[in-house]
Design a protein around this ligand. Structure first.
Ligand code: F6R
Length: 242
C-alpha cells in the first residue's frame, strides 16, 4: 500500500485527477469506479477542468457506481445515481449510457445485487476504484464487521453513518436505513484502489486502516490486501499516522 500525504483536499483532487487522466491516456475506455459523498468532489472538479482544457479525452470512459441507497424514489436528488449524474457524468460530458450502477429501487434487491456484480465482471472489471472512508472505517457502505470477502449486497447503515450523511437531507429521519453496496471482495477486484481521506474527522479511521491489523472491524484495512492500493490523505487526515 502506498500512502501519499498532500497538503489539503484540493491537492489530493489534483493528484488523483492526474492519475485518472494517465489511465485514460493508456486505456481510453477505462472503467472508473466512483464514490459519492463530499470527499471525492475535488477529484471530479479537477478532472472536469482537465477535460475543459483538452488535457484528457473522456469520450470513451465508463463509470460504475460503488453503492446506492435503497428505497429512494427514482430521480431523488440524493440518490447516488442522481449525485453521480450531477457531479461526474454531466461535468465530464460523459455518455449517460456509459454509466452503470446498482438498482436501489428493484423489488428483488438480491437479484439486483447479483446482476450488478455480473455486469461489473462482464464490463471487464473496474480499472480504478475511487474510495472515501467513513468515520467508522467503512468503504463503500461495508460497515464494521462486513466480511472481507463480501459481494455486492444490501446492508443496513449504522446510526453513525446515517448521522454523518444527514447533512444531505432535511432530517435524519429522511436518510435511508439501507443501501446496496459493492462488497469488500468486489471492491478488491478493481485493478487499482485509490482511497482519498481529508479532514481531522477521518484521522482515526485512516490510522486504523493503514497501520492497524487487517480486520473486518475496520473494512478499509482490506486495502492492505490489495497489490495496488494508494491512500491519499491530507495533513489533517494523516495526523494520527505514526
Ligand atoms: C459513498 C461511499 C462512502 C463514502 C464515505 C465518506 O459512495 O462509498 O464510503 O465515501 O461515507 O463520505 P464523505 O466523503 O462524505 O465523508
Amino acid at each position: 500500500m502506498e500512502v501519499v500525504i498532500v497538503q489539503d483536499a484540493a491537492a489530493g483532487g489534483q493528484l488523483i485527477a492526474d492519475s485518472i487522466a494517465d489511465l485514460l491516456r493508456r486505456k481510453p475506455d477505462a472503467l472508473l469506479g466512483v464514490a459519492t459523498g463530499s470527499t471525492p468532489l475535488p477529484v471530479y472538479q479537477a478532472l472536469a477542468a482537465r477535460v475543459r482544457d483538452g488535457a484528457v479525452d473522456v469520450s470513451r470512459a465508463r463509470i460504475a457506481q460503488l453503492d446506492e441507497y435503497v428505497g429512494l424514489a427514482p430521480g431523488h436528488p440524493e440518490s447516488y445515481r442522481s449525485v453521480v449524474e450531477r457531479e461526474v457524468v454531466e461535468p465530464l460530458g460523459l455518455d449517460p449510457d456509459a454509466f452503470m450502477g446498482p438498482d436501489g429501487s428493484a423489488t428483488d434487491v438480491q437479484a439486483a445485487c447479483e446482476r450488478y456484480d455480473r455486469a461489473l465482471a462482464e464490463a471487464g472489471g473496474v480499472d480504478l476504484q475511487l474510495l472515501g472512508i467513513g468515520t467508522d472505517g467503512h468503504i463503500g457502505f461495508n460497515e464494521p464487521c462486513s466480511s472481507l470477502a463480501s459481494r455486492t449486497r444490501i446492508k443496513t447503515l449504522t446510526r453513525q453513518t446515517r448521522e454523518d450523511n444527514a447533512r444531505f437531507f432535511d432530517h435524519l429521519d429522511d436518510v435511508p436505513h439501507h443501501v446496496i453496496t459493492q462488497g469488500i471482495g468486489t471492491i478488491l477486484e478493481a485493478r487499482h484502489l485509490v482511497l482519498l481521506a481529508t479532514g481531522e474527522g477521518k484521522a482515526e479511521a485512516v490510522a486504523q486502516a493503514v497501520e492497524g491489523p487487517v480486520a473486518a472491524f475496520v473494512p478499509a484495512s482490506a486495502l492492505q490486501l490489495h497489490p495496488h492500493a494508494t491512500v491519499v490523505v491530507d495533513e489533517a487526515a494523516a495526523s494520527r499516522l505514526k
